[in-house]
Design a protein around this ligand. Structure first.
Ligand code: DGL
Length: 276
C-alpha cells in the first residue's frame, strides 16, 4: 500500500482488558508483530464522558501510528462505542487515509446470534458502553428476534485494574450485577461479557450463575474477525510486519503492569512507560 512501511498491529485498551483480546489474537495469528498499549494511568474509561473517551482514544491511536502501526484494534468496548466512528470518519482521513482502526463491538454483535437458544441475551458492560446502547442498537439491526438486556457493572474494571480479580472481596460485586441482570430477564441463557476486562473475572462469574447459562467472551470472536479481515484486505495484511514479536506500552508504572500482565498472559512481560 502507498506510503506505508510494514509495522506491528496496534492493540489498545484503557488498561489490562485488551490483553484478553491480544492473547487470543496471538494464538490465532502468531506470525505478526504486536504493539499493546494500556492507558492504565487513566483507566477506567467506563464512567468518563463521550468527549474524554474520544480524546484519550485518539491520543492512543496517534501514538500507536507514530510507533509504526498501520492497523490498530481498539480492544476496548468503551472506546469502540464512544470514539471509533468519529476517528474512522473524521480523524483518519486527515492523519493518514491509508491506516485503519477497527473496534470490537460490531464483530461481537455479528456473532451474538450463534449462542442463545432462548433468544434472550444479557450484555454485561461498562456504564459508558451501556449508555451508548451500541449492543442494543446493532443487534436490533442484525437479529431483531433477540431480546438484549444490558447491565452496567461499574465496579468490575476497578477490581481488575487493582489486581483484586481472584480475591474474596470481589465476590459481592460480581454476584450483585449477575443476580440483577438474571432477575430482570429470567429467560436469559447467554451472558456476553461486553468489556474486555471481564474475562479476567471469569472464574468468579462462573460461581454465581446457573450452569445452563452460557458465558460468551470476545477474544475468540475478535481474533477470528481480524483473521478474516486480513484475508479480505491483502493491502493491509502486507503492511503488517511478521517477526512474531510483541511489545507492551503502559501510561502507568511498568513494574505494576509487568506483574499483572505476566499473570494474565502467562508469560514474562517487559513494558515501557509512555506519556499520553
Ligand atoms: N476494557 C474496557 C472495555 O472493554 C474497559 C473500559 C474501562 O476502562 O472502564 O470497555
Amino acid at each position: 500500500m502507498r506510503n506505508l512501511h510494514p509495522g506491528p498491529i496496534g492493540v489498545f485498551d484503557s488498561g489490562y482488558g485488551g490483553l484478553t483480546i491480544l492473547k487470543e489474537i496471538k494464538e490465532r495469528l502468531p506470525e505478526y508483530d504486536y504493539l499493546y498499549l494500556g492507558d492504565n494511568a487513566r483507566a477506567p474509561y467506563g464512567e468518563r464522558s463521550f468527549d474524554v473517551v474520544y480524546d484519550f482514544t485518539l491520543q492512543a491511536v496517534r501514538l500507536l501510528f507514530e510507533r509504526g502501526c498501520n492497523l490498530v484494534i481498539l480492544a476496548c468496548n468503551t472506546a469502540s462505542a464512544k470514539a471509533l466512528r468519529t476517528i474512522q470518519q473524521n480523524d483518519l482521513p486527515a492523519i493518514n487515509p491509508d491506516k485503519r482502526v477497527l473496534g470490537v463491538i460490531i464483530p461481537t454483535v455479528e456473532a451474538i446470534g450463534n449462542f442463545s437458544k432462548s433468544d434472550h441475551v444479557g450484555v454485561l458492560a461498562t456504564p459508558g458502553t451501556v449508555k451508548s446502547h451500541s449492543y442494543l442498537i446493532e443487534s436490533a439491526k442484525l437479529f431483531p428476534n433477540i431480546v438484549v438486556t444490558e447491565k452496567a457493572c461499574p465496579m468490575w474494571v476497578p477490581i481488575v485494574e487493582n489486581g483484586e480479580a481472584e480475591n474474596p472481596g470481589a465476590d459481592y460485586f460480581v454476584n450483585k450485577y449477575l443476580s440483577e441482570i438474571l432477575s430482570s430477564d429470567p429467560n436469559i441463557d447467554t451472558l456476553l461479557l461486553g468489556c474486555t476486562h471481564y474475562p479476567i473475572l471469569i472464574n468468579k462469574i462462573r460461581q454465581f450463575i446457573p450452569k445452563d447459562v452460557k458465558i460468551v467472551t470476545q477474544g475468540k470472536i475478535v481474533s477470528e474477525s481480524l483473521k478474516d479481515y486480513l484475508l479480505r484486505h491483502p493491502e493491509m495484511e502486507e503492511v503488517c510486519s511478521k517477526s512474531g514479536n510483541t511489545e507492551f506500552l503502559t501510561s502507568e508504572n511498568p513494574e505494576k503492569f509487568n506483574t499483572l500482565a505476566s499473570l494474565f498472559l502467562n508469560e514474562q512481560i517487559h513494558a515501557s512507560r509512555v506519556n499520553l
